[in-house]
Design a protein around this ligand. Sequence first.
Ligand code: GLN
Length: 314
Amino acid sequence: MLSGLVEPAHPGAVREVLEDVHELVRSLVGQGRVADYIPALAEVEPRRFGLAVATLDGEVTGVGDYRVPFSVQSLAKVFALAAVLGADGDQIWGRVGREPSTHPFNSLVQLEIDRGVPRNPFLNAGALVTTDRLLTLTGDAAGALRGFLRAESGNPALDSDPRVADSELAHGHRNASLAHLIASYGNLENPVPEVLDHYVRGCALSASCADLALAGLFLARGGVGADGTPVLSREATKRLNATMLVCGMYDGAGEFAYRVGLPAKSGVGGGIIAVVPNRCVLCVWSPALDVCGNSVAGVAALEHLTARTGWSVF
Ligand code: GLN
């Protein structure tokens, strides 16, 4: 079963690998728990599975539900950070760290330990700070994020799901607490309710594995976006990928690096984006999650995929 390096430029070979991987994880699909602290997400069918590969030239190969839109949730944090880095350079690093966290993604304890400077931009607290900065820079953080994803995915219909956003906002006491705690340390530029509103609307964007693999391609192309112009410099792209590698899977980042060996970001909608620099971007979706909030079948699929293809940074 183990084979040599698969060239992502050969869609036939890639499709075969994806089909094999789908088969290998079939018994894991549905294992774990769908996020239910956002009631609208609890309604999602846990047995969904999609997997897509976008190659550097913008070709997509996929299996399963790879064209079905799902709630991107924390996958949005990568694009929000990219948008801020692109507009504002390194300034954001004065307000948020880039070390991994041993506490969960929504931990108040971690934020208090870090005295209002979130440990990394992929924790909820860190994303609240990047959303705040994006709001200052654009006047419409959620709109800017949607525009970014539409432009990079080439899907003009990509949009936020108001039901998911309202559901999260109505149950978002923990994120509200995080935002107030950040504000108490003087690390927010905009009013807490506005930052929260833009944050949840960004998390509530709906996109498919195909959309997200395409939207993330700049991460595999040294920062070059869909229209051939830089979204980020090569250097900033290297740093963003490095930050994903150590922080993107939360307190499961070490285990994920060990099993998969790629920079990646997960969301509680069950999506994971993983970057194979200079080759391709992978996006997998399966809604049932492990204790860290990472898709059980999704992590397993990426593990099989990198073992089979040799697509790892190591
Ligand atoms: N919107 C979710 C939240 O704030 C995002 C968390 C996630 O995907 N890990 O809790």
